[in-house]
Write a protein that binds this ligand. Structure first.
Ligand SMILES: Nc1nc2c(c(=O)[nH]1)N[C@H]1C(S)=C(S)[C@@H](COP(=O)(O)O)O[C@H]1N2
Ligand SMILES: [Mo]
Length: 202
């Protein structure tokens, strides 16, 4: 136990010196589980993924179709607004850009409302999804996602607080304006940059 605490402090120091520990955060070697509501059941026959809103033609992918998309790996850090950060996570999944390619956006599309099971949503500017390290993850550190970490599919946006990294994700709605998601309606910041400590609005 003592050793574990020393290792954690040592790594935290390293991450702080490397400029990777955002202000007000502490490093965890564990992986806490955090969400509102219950863990949804996954039924591959009923699961689908929607791309809708400001697209020329809306698209619905089955679980099988989604899994035929090319797989990529991304290594990134994860910052929860409740003040823990988990570093060097190895994610496997489908890049946002590989999904975006499947639809033709209307020119006015500039924001996305990400939809998940049970009505959870998060708003993200399109430019913040359209980055080379944003992906829909199926695996973490070589293992399939556990149900409480978002199995079968979760979004990972490393540069924003983790409430934007939507678990049990089911689709994207393209919009021409920013529209508050679940936590954003409940006082969380509309953007959520951990390095600027954008935790809450006001
Ligand atoms: N669908 C859904 N996704 C969610 C949440 C949620 O309540 N519902 N909570 C978010 C929050 S606040 C955090 S910190 C991360 C936590 O992910 P983890 O439980 O895998 O650590 O998931 C995010 N994604
Ligand atoms: Mo969080």
């Amino acid at each position: 136990m003592l050793f574990e605490g020393n290792e954690r402090k040592q790594r935290e120091r390293e991450m702080r010196q490397a400029g990777r520990l955002p202000p007000g955060q502490s490093l965890t070697l564990k992986w806490p589980v955090l969400h509102y509501g219950s863990v949804p059941r996954f039924d591959p026959a009923k699961w689908d993924f929607h791309l809708r809103g400001l697209v020329e033609k809306a698209l619905r992918l089955s679980w099988e179709e989604f899994n035929r998309l090319p797989k990529s790996e991304v290594r990134s850090d994860f910052h929860c607004v409740t003040r823990w950060s988990r570093f060097d996570n190895a994610w496997t999944g489908v890049l946002f850009r590989d999904v975006l390619q499947l639809v033709q956006l209307r020119p006015e599309a500039n924001h996305v409302l990400v939809h998940a099971e049970q009505g959870y949503t998060a708003n993200v500017p399109l430019a913040d999804l359209d980055r080379d390290n944003v992906l829909f993850a199926t695996h973490h550190d070589g293992e399939p996602l556990a149900p409480d970490h978002g199995y079968p599919l979760r979004l990972i946006i490393p540069h924003l607080y983790a409430w934007k990294s939507v678990k049990w994700v089911r689709g994207l709605e393209f919009l021409d304006h920013d529209q508050a998601g679940f936590w954003e309606q409940n006082g969380y910041h509309m953007y959520g940059d951990p390095f600027k400590e954008q935790r809450f609005s006001e």
